[in-house]
Design a protein around this ligand. Structure first.
Ligand code: NAG
Ligand code: NAG
Ligand code: NAG
Ligand code: NAG
Length: 517
């Protein structure tokens, strides 16, 4: 009896908790806005007592218990504050160039990373992993690590749903009502928008094969052995996809059980602000606007006439402006504070911050939504227009187009937000909905990670759509079959009626006889 009792107890414990799993995160990407999302989960897993090993370009400054960095930062210069506005406007803002750019960037990183001695040592060691994490971004070349360790594959997206993240888990992404990440629309689509959305959808499916799938498969065969299965066969084994989105912001969409939204996971508990920034905010009579174009774009590379618009409009405002700007600004207006680095999350969390002006990067947008701050977006490329439109749709922001930016439009937008309280009211509503969840974003991600480990990959979550060719998925064969049968039946009926008419009716119809004679 005692033995059975003990066994039941052990079973109950193993069901509820997963102790000390060995977890590998393969996140060599050198973009901080990607890393902070992955870092949140990796650290949370280490705090739960798992042994976490991470291939990263952002090593921890001080060691963390149960957390080992494999530092690859020397191989990749950080991309922080490197991208000029010309690169953004001439290359990244085209979805064609952008797709090529992110795919080749990710593949280059895979190629460099796998040759590093520390990574080779890890691959050659006999360490066993219970779960391997990769990023879904430009290329899936990292999934080779999951195959190598024969471990369940979990993938994270630092942005909202990407068009190439659905197929691996069979998630519905019908373009009739689900906008792609670059479609400039939020809410319902009209006919024109559905046409554009469908073209984007088809483009991404094809571009992904050409730019990402085929080159990544070649990479896998070269680096993980010629017998490595085709890349999609590894991808179709994906146990879990974590998306940095939430229905309260992105709009509702159907999700398969192994695609889980963890939007806001990167938002950390607030910390105190640096003294000078805090003083600048607290001494402001009418509140503060926070303005940044994020950690990638060098704002000082903007053309002079655009910078002049900002400076002249800011000088006229009744509020103060915190502006993330990398270099000195000799003609800085008096009500403006500039700094190369600003603690964005903590600034947005200050109650005197009334407005966030942004390029529409997802992390900043989420932080503003989280803290209930209205937004003015001047988006440039990829998901940025849609990130802003999602907030605009909820009445908590205004979108300005960079190409058409004028003193009047900029002043008008800022003035609207600080004088019309509806923006603040809607931002508060959105913030409440975004945070109202059964488990926090981090708890959700930890729960589902441990679930996958407990159930050895949790293959029972996989829908039958995984790996189905599109013509089966969209029932083209079944519709074709039914159409042929229907035609055959209708034609047979038509033919029989015609025959019957000729044979019987025609003969006894007196008029016909008259005509013929
Ligand atoms: C995590 O760290 C704690 C304290 O350093 C240690 O007792 C524990 O064994 C570690 N767990 C793993 C899985 O390494
Ligand atoms: C934790 O992972 C490291 C590799 O990063 C490995 O050397 C170590 O043996 C692991 N510890 C345990 C307790 O499995
Ligand atoms: C996929 O998962 C199944 C079931 O766990 C396993 O048998 C198979 O080897 C995996 N395939 C690949 C390519 O990893
Ligand atoms: C405030 O903004 C809302 C939403 O844009 C608009 O519907 C409303 O008319 C505005 N109110 C005033 C007084 O301008």
């Amino acid at each position: 009896m005692k033995l059975i009792g003990a066994l039941v107890l052990v079973a109950a414990c193993t069901l509820g908790r997963t102790d000390g799993a060995n977890i590998l995160g393969v996140f060599p990407i050198n973009g901080r806005s990607h890393w902070v999302v992955y870092e949140s989960l990796m650290k949370a897993l280490a705090a739960r007592g798992h042994n976490v090993t991470v291939i990263t370009s952002f090593p921890q400054k001080s060691p963390i218990a149960n957390y080992t960095d494999i530092d690859v930062s020397k191989a990749f210069p950080s991309a922080v504050n490197k991208i000029s506005i010309d690169l953004v406007l001439n290359v990244l803002s085209s979805i064609f160039a952008n797709q090529w750019f992110i795919s080749s960037h990710s593949l280059n990183i895979c190629q460099t990373c796998i040759k590093l001695p520390t990574v080779q040592a890890l691959l050659k060691s006999d360490i066993k992993f219970d779960a391997v994490f990769t990023e879904i971004f430009g290329s899936d070349c990292d999934v080779g690590y999951a195959y190598h360790y024969k471990a369940p594959l979990l993938s994270m997206i630092s942005s909202s749903h990407l068009p190439w993240s659905y197929d691996r888990v069979g998630g519905p992404d019908n373009p009739s009502y689900i906008p792609t990440i670059v479609t400039k629309v939020a809410g319902k689509m009209n006919f024109k928008e559905r046409v554009i959305n469908t073209l984007y959808y088809i483009y991404f499916k094809m571009a992904w094969k050409y730019y990402s799938e085929w080159p990544a498969d070649k990479f896998l065969k070269e680096n993980f052995g010629p017998n490595t299965p085709y890349i999609n066969d590894i991808l179709y084994n994906t146990s879990m996809v974590f998306v940095n989105g939430h229905f309260s912001l992105d709009g509702p969409r159907p999700l398969v059980p192994n695609m889980v939204e963890i939007g806001g996971i990167h938002v950390k508990p607030p910390r105190p602000l640096p003294k000078d920034i805090l003083k600048f905010i607290e001494d402001s009579p009418n509140g503060v606007m926070f303005f940044t174009f994020g950690s990638l774009i060098r704002i000082s590379t903007l053309p002079k006439h655009v910078l002049d618009i900002f400076k002249e409009v800011f000088a006229k405002l009744p509020i103060r402006v915190l502006w993330k700007y990398e270099v000195d600004m000799p003609d800085k207006p008096d009500n403006v504070y500039i700094s190369n680095w600003m603690p964005q999350r903590d600034i947005l969390n200050h109650p005197k911050v009334r407005l966030f002006m942004t390029h529409g990067g997802l992390l900043g947008t989420i932080e503003a939504v989280h803290s209930g701050v209205p937004v003015i977006g001047i988006p440039f490329f990829f998901d940025q227009p849609r990130n802003i439109l999602k907030v605009v749709e909820k009445g908590a922001g205004i979108l300005l187009e960079y190409e058409n930016l004028t003193r009047e439009s900029l002043y008008g937008a800022i003035n609207a937000i600080i004088t019309n309280s509806s923006y603040q009211t809607n931002a508060n509503k959105l913030s409440k909905r975004f945070k109202d969840r059964p488990l926090s974003a981090t708890e959700t991600a930890v729960y589902w990670t441990e679930y996958v480990i407990r159930h050895k990959g949790a293959r029972h979550l996989k829908t039958a759509a995984v790996g189905m060719p599109w013509w089966k998925y969209y029932l083209v064969d079944v519709i074709g079959f039914i159409a042929i049968i229907t035609f055959a039946v209708l034609f047979t009926i038509y033919f029989l009626l015609k025959l019957a008419y000729r044979k019987f009716i025609k003969k006894i119809d007196p008029k016909n006889k008259v005509k013929k004679n």
